[in-house]
Design a protein around this ligand. Structure first.
Ligand SMILES: [Zn+2]
Length: 390
């Protein structure tokens, strides 16, 4: 009897199921619950009929922490399991963390001898970095060291226009056209790939010595002065000769000075010690030496072109203006940084008699204004003899 009763209940339950009666575990329509996804969780909703759950709505693969894809705003801070720990492992954790580089940790950061950002290991100290085997310049550019040439990551030889950090310095001939640096022996006309394409206007003043120098000019200028004069002569398309003073010129008054003489146009005489005192007095900017020689070249322009000047001071300010005119060219050609300009202005206001003496050369303000007048004259395309009349 007991067995029979129990058998009757079981049969009734089976009969109800086969007729489609409501499942006792059904959900409420619109109800939501958390459901498992690959590497995370999603949401699923109860079907409108209430007779079951719809499929689990999983977030897109890769956006979930724990799916092993470091994507969608995940970082070592928000999802170390996907993105790796934040530099916690140091070298060897497969993350090129702060303080690591291709030099200190190649296993995390890559090999320095390959092209790419990891190569930028030379710290310029001003927020910029340069590639291995290069040197930072004052204005944030990088120049490949001797024995190396610049090349883009696509294998093209690299000039100053090469985009950082997609270039590097590969072994190659140095001090020559194509190394990415405008060397002393090169110019925009002899090596446009290094020096730029001479797009800045040059002025053919065509000045060159016609007579023997009035003072002994047998001492060779050093390489720095040769470099300055090469730029000055390139701009004025001239052959002005720089002469370090010898005993006879010192007797004449060269000490602490630079000068030209109408006895022999075409020569810039200078006291080398004075030149370097001026350069280092302004913080070591070579532009200061170039400026002094450019000022003397301005006096040569006055000699060659009989430029009138209303007074001795006007004559000096005119020479400053011609020097400023040359600075305008350097600026156009990208060879003049703001620091250079400041050093140049400092020179006009600094130094000892007779280079700077308000009674003979004008005041600091006069001289800076004369430089600016020349720079603006060049910039605005005014002819030098028009721009610099005082
Ligand atoms: Zn002068």
């Amino acid at each position: 009897m007991k067995l029979h009763t129990s058998g009757a209940i079981g049969l009734a339950a089976i009969a109800m199921f086969l007729q489609g009666c409501p499942d006792p575990n059904v959900c409420d329509p619109g109800e939501q619950q958390i459901c498992p996804c690959v590497g995370g969780e999603g949401v699923q909703e109860c079907a409108d009929s209430g007779d079951g759950w719809e499929s689990c709505d999983c977030p897109q693969t890769g956006l979930i922490c724990g799916d092993s894809y470091c994507q969608g705003g995940e970082s070592c801070e928000t999802c170390p399991s996907d993105c790796g720990t934040c530099n916690s492992g140091g070298c060897g954790d497969n993350t090129c963390g702060a303080g690591e580089s291709c030099e200190t940790c190649p296993s995390d950061c890559g090999d320095c001898s390959t092209c790419g950002p990891q190569n930028f290991t030379v710290d310029c100290g001003n927020g910029y970095k340069c590639p291995a085997n290069s040197t930072c310049s004052q204005d944030g550019n990088c120049f490949c060291n001797e024995g190396y040439v610049a090349e883009s990551c696509s294998g093209q030889s690299c000039t100053s226009g090469c985009p950082a950090p997609d270039w590097w310095c590969v072994t190659g001939s140095s001090g020559s056209c194509g190394n990415g640096m405008c060397d002393a022996s090169e110019s925009c006309s002899t090596c446009p790939s290094d020096c730029g394409g001479c797009s800045c206007t040059l002025y053919a003043a065509a000045m060159a010595p016609m007579v023997q120098p009035a003072f002994d000019c047998s001492i060779e200028p050093d390489n720095n002065v040769k470099f300055f004069m090469a730029d000055i002569n390139e701009f004025w398309k001239s052959g002005i000769v720089a002469c370090p003073c010898n005993a006879d010129a010192y007797q004449y008054g060269c000490t602490g000075n630079a000068f030209v003489t109408s006895l022999s146009p075409g020569y810039n005489f200078y006291d080398p010690n004075f030149l370097y005192q001026q350069i280092f007095g302004q913080g070591g900017f070579p532009i200061v030496g170039a400026l002094i020689l450019a000022h003397e070249t301005g006096h040569n322009i006055q000699l060659y072109y009989n430029v009138p000047a209303s007074s001795p001071i006007a004559k000096e300010l005119e020479a400053d203006c011609f020097a400023g005119y040359f600075l305008g060219y350097l600026q156009c050609d990208g060879m003049l940084s703001m620091a250079d300009v400041q050093a140049a202005f400092g020179t006009a206001c600094n130094g000892g008699d007779p280079w700077y003496a308000p009674g003979t050369h004008g005041t600091c303000t006069d001289r800076m204004n004369a430089l600016v007048q020349g720079m603006n004259g060049y910039k605005n395309g005014v002819e030098p003899l028009v721009a610099c009349t005082f």
